[in-house]
Ligand binder design. Structure first.
Ligand SMILES: [Zn+2]
Ligand SMILES: [Zn+2]
Length: 412
């Protein structure tokens, strides 16, 4: 199999170390070795191709997985990626997480998507080519892409590293108007993606490749509020909803030595919450237990992706404490008097900026915090969606594109 174009043909013979070996090296601490240099020992032709002399010079077709209708099945299709601009990197996608947002978007829960829709905003891959002014990456390094791929870079929020709230409109990774190429953006359920280097995240050499992708949405979405509200050791933090986001919220809060309590609707997750480091987990329907926790919490983070009654949770906040909704579900049934008497806050938080996304990746690497994942093949995406909706995932599905390419598993 050709290392350049994934085709079977004789004139692009494999050169030097095979792909599996290169990726193992990347995971073992040698990601900074330029792939072109590695390949040059065995085949000048392949090395030249990898050095971006041709790769990415024109718009190109890639295989992707997406839906052709609102709520339709995820199936293989072809999409076009743009030619590399001077600051673009071309990434060969190895792993892509499945976020509940992907399912909401495909099913039109937040409005009809543009079609076809190719989801995926937890993307990890290897840099195949770089534009001629790229300084952040070299060919062969591992890069991540999270929930956004472009912003104006000049507005007040962008200048404050809050690109996710760009005042001129953030370009999200999929189903978002693409200001560079026109049309809509396509996400990470695809063989390759082209992104401006500003929006690609450096993955430290030695970081586990298989489990890292979910940090790029589930991780940053929960890390950002813990930082913004300055959670300190010993403070009581509640995590409402134990799914992909919630399990990262628990791990990240426990790593700050917070005292964590989980609220879940699934009895089978109570033991899991404790295993993840929580002091205890309670069922929402246990009203008596919740009443005993009146005025207990310094911060609550809700990852629940649908509308629900929030007042029982507001009652558990201390004076001046905050309930943060990161799940985008409607907060119903708020009693303004209870907020006034306790000077309590209801807040929202959406992912994080690029600098903060880099920070959570570096933080998770330094502290060895890894999402709990289940690896699936691309042809299992539809079944995985059903399992996410049925709360039957522990705790993030990651689509394995690496083993569909050339030499099998490329996990280390
Ligand atoms: Zn997400
Ligand atoms: Zn901006």
């Amino acid at each position: 199999m050709c290392h350049v174009c994934d085709d079977e043909h004789p004139d692009h013979a494999p050169a030097g170390p095979d792909r599996r070996k290169i990726l193992k090296m990347a995971g073992a601490g040698l990601a900074a070795v330029p792939l072109s240099g590695v390949l040059s020992s065995g085949g000048a032709q392949a090395a030249e191709a990898f050095s971006a002399s041709t790769l990415g010079q024109s718009p190109f077709q890639v295989r992707a997985y997406g839906a052709q209708s609102t709520g339709g099945r995820i199936a293989p299709l072809q999409i076009q990626r743009r030619a590399l601009t001077p600051h673009d990197v071309l990434i060969d996608v190895l792993y892509a997480g499945i976020c509940h947002s992907d399912i909401h978007a495909v099913r039109g829960d937040w409005g009809a998507p543009s079609l076809p829709i190719v989801p995926g905003h937890e993307i990890l891959g290897r840099v195949l080519a770089v534009g001629n002014q790229v300084t952040k990456f070299k060919v062969g390094e591992i890069a991540g892409v999270g929930c956004m791929v472009d912003s104006c870079g000049t507005c007040e929020n962008c200048l404050a590293d809050r690109e996710q709230i760009c005042l001129k409109g953030t370009t999200f990774t999929y189903d978002s108007p693409d200001k560079i190429s026109g049309g809509q953006t396509f996400g990470g359920y695809s063989d390759r993606i082209v992104v401006n280097e500003r929006f690609a995240i450096r993955i430290p050499p030695g970081m586990d490749l298989v489990s890292t992708a979910p940090i790029l949405c589930a991780g940053i979405t929960t890390f950002s509020p813990l930082r913004h509200w300055r959670v300190r050791p010993g403070q009581r933090v509640a995590v409402v909803g134990l799914g992909g986001l919630g399990h990262m919220a628990v791990k990240l809060a426990v790593a700050e030595r917070a005292d964590v309590t989980v609220f879940t609707t699934t009895p089978g997750k109570i033991a899991d919450a404790v295993r993840l480091g929580a002091r205890e987990a309670l069922l929402w329907r246990d009203a008596a237990a919740m009443q005993k926790l009146a005025n207990a919490f310094d911060l609550m983070i809700s990852t629940v992706p649908y509308a629900f009654g929030v007042q029982p949770f507001m009652d558990m906040l201390k004076l001046d404490a905050t309930f943060v909704n990161v799940g985008l579900g409607e907060a119903r049934g708020i009693n303004p008097a209870s907020m006034a008497f306790g000077r309590k806050s209801l807040a929202g938080s959406m992912i994080g900026g690029i600098a903060e996304t880099q920070a959570v990746i570096d933080h998770c690497f330094a502290r060895n915090i890894r999402p709990d994942i289940e690896l699936i093949r691309p042809d299992q995406i539809n079944a995985a969606y059903e399992r996410v909706v049925n709360k039957d995932v522990r705790y993030r599905f990651v689509i394995d594109f690496a083993s569909t390419k050339e030499s099998g598993s490329a996990s280390r």
